[in-house]
Design a protein around this ligand. Structure first.
Ligand code: PLP
Ligand code: COI
Length: 337
């Protein structure tokens, strides 16, 4: 295994040995190709560059106590890439091709899969870009699908230690009937201003409200939001948030624990009523929230400096499944042989 300081890895890019690529041309996907280059060659008029025809995914490979490498719900990521692509008129790779490319990229970079209990994981980034030349606003006829991997530490430096977040009132990452529900690069461009403002003010990230009424909670930086009260897991239902695979899994695990799950609109004042709050996603896993600051009202919602008992239980359970320490009763795990 690579000689890397696994325990102190940031959530950032590190060069690995190989990436996997596939090209869609003349109406068909080609064979998977392996590259050791970190560069791509792209037409200056490619639709991804001009009209934002780009979607991506984020997933992780986990090394278990048994040394085996596991992927978590990778077919759901494959399906989400198809859904994302379809909404902006892109051709995405079929599920089997996606899974094969991901497994190949992980296998070829096996020495970069962090050891069990190092706190690090191998982040897998599949991306799909319109690569054909168009000058009029129209979908590309050609696509490049690329999977690269990079070992990462926690997304929020503190890991499972609670963070402070700030509500954003003066910008939206996505419109209700726009692209918020897909993983398109443009959503992240639209989020940069709000997240840098929040970070400059000392917050880990921003909490978005619904774009139309500014009345409901949407999501939390690059992660979904959840609140816990009365043995109930509450998470926003909104047309402009990304359907998080982590959140979907936590809803199932909460039900397994005998909790009630409510996926519905969450009005801003309801923040007051939660005992625990958190952000969840592949990169964020569960990041508990300590405080939510609302700059408009000046109000702070406080959930305490320690992760709450329910968030902790859900975090432990999710991680145990991902690393192969708990029974995978929902069949979420797939091995990279
Ligand atoms: N919301 C946004 C905006 C994201 O970028 C992500 C990350 O993928 C999530 C939520 C969490 O989704 P998932 O749990 O599928 O990683
Ligand atoms: C993820 O959670 O996988 C993400 O994609 C979040 C962010 C790094 C964009």
């Amino acid at each position: 295994m690579e000689n890397i300081d696994w325990k102190n890895l940031p959530f950032g890019y590190m060069k690995t040995d190989y990436n996997v690529r596939c090209y869609y041309r003349d109406g068909a996907w080609g064979e998977l190709e392996v590259s050791s280059s970190e560069q791509i060659s792209l037409h200056i008029a490619a639709t991804s560059l001009h009209y934002g025809q780009e979607v991506f995914e984020g997933m992780k490979a986990y090394r278990g106590k048994d040394g085996q490498i596991r992927l978590f719900r990778c077919r759901d990521n494959a399906q989400r890439l198809i859904n994302s692509g379809s909404y902006i008129q892109m051709v995405a790779p079929p599920v089997e091709l996606f899974v094969e490319a991901v497994k190949k990229a992980v296998r070829l970079n096996e020495r970069f899969v962090p050891p069990y209990e190092s706190g690090a994981t191998l982040y897998v980034r599949p991306l799909l870009i319109g690569s054909g030349a168009e000058v009029g606003v129209k979908p590309s006829k050609e696509y490049q699908f690329i999977v690269f991997v990079t070992p990462v530490g926690p997304y929020f430096k503190t890991g499972f230690t609670p963070v402070d977040v700030m509500i954003t009132h003066d910008s939206d990452r996505a419109a209700p009937l726009g692209t918020g529900h897909i993983k398109a690069g443009g959503n992240y461009a639209a989020s940069l201003l709000a997240s840098s403002k929040a970070q400059q003010m000392g917050y880990a990230t921003c909490l978005y409200l619904d774009a139309k009424e500014k009345k409901y909670i949407d999501e939390c930086g690059p992660a979904n939001f959840f609140g816990i009260k009365n043995n109930t897991y509450v998470t926003p239902d909104s047309k402009s948030i990304l359907p998080s695979i982590t959140n979907r899994s936590l809803m199932t695990l909460a039900e397994d624990l005998g909790m009630t799950v409510e996926r519905r609109q969450v009005e801003l004042p309801e923040l007051e009523t939660f005992d625990e709050a958190g952000a969840c996603g592949t990169a964020a896993v569960i990041t508990p929230i300590k405080k939510i600051f609302d700059p408009l009202s000046g109000k702070t919602y406080d959930y305490g400096i320690e992760a709450g008992p329910v968030s902790t239980k859900l975090y432990d359970l999710l991680r145990a499944i991902q690393y192969g320490d708990a029974t995978d009763k929902h069949q979420w795990v797939e091995f990279v042989e």
